[in-house]
Design a protein. Structure first.
Length: 186
């Protein structure tokens, strides 16, 4: 079965990272369904039943979004609150629709990787900042996987600032290739 990639970028047209990831995913329609929340719900009124059916028709679920104020964009939070409700995502009355489903996050972070560390500027790793997602999926008994990230768009694209790109190598292109490999290995 295919992987559902829920893209939650409020302005994908002006995006660099998420837009490039989506462009690459579109090359593999047999493997990935791309679902852009902000395009599907410009008024932010989520069709909960449609979303649940979409999730249930896919083996894996990936949430792709830019880190905004050390969190996800607001529509993704709203989507999760409404779609992952009692009786569907958790609870005693059929709430097992995420159980054992592989779930992962793919995030773009404008800040350098070194800033996301105990010793870094913000005192926390990206994984620590994303703990609410991890905890949510553990609570729903999903099979939460590691994250895929692109760091440093505000500074120097391509992984960490320590990472030296070879002549002719593009950090975003390298990361995009890694993203597809990450998805293929869920």
């Amino acid at each position: 079965m295919k992987t559902l990639v829920v893209v939650a970028h409020p302005s994908i047209e002006t995006s660099t990272i998420n837009k490039r990831w989506v462009e690459e995913l579109k090359k593999y329609p047999e493997d990935y369904t791309i679902h852009e929340l902000y395009k599907s719900y410009p008024t932010e009124k989520v069709d909960v039943e449609k979303e649940r059916q979409l999730i249930e028709s896919h083996e894996n679920l990936v949430l792709q979004f830019p880190i905004q104020w050390f969190n996800s964009p607001s529509l993704l939070k709203k989507w999760m609150d409404e779609v992952f409700d009692y009786g569907w995502a958790y609870g005693s009355n059929g709430g097992d629709k995420l159980k054992n489903r592989k779930v992962a996050l793919a995030v773009s972070a404008g800040i350098r990787a070194s800033d996301y560390s105990k010793e870094g500027r913000y005192g926390h790793t990206l994984e620590q900042i994303l703990i609410p997602f991890e905890t949510t999926f553990f609570y729903c008994q999903a099979n939460y996987r590691p994250i895929h990230a692109f760091y440093g768009e505000e500074n120097k694209p391509g992984g960490t600032e320590e990472e030296e790109l070879k002549p002719g190598e593009n950090g975003l292109e390298h990361n995009t290739t890694e993203y597809i490999a990450f998805l293929n290995n869920l």
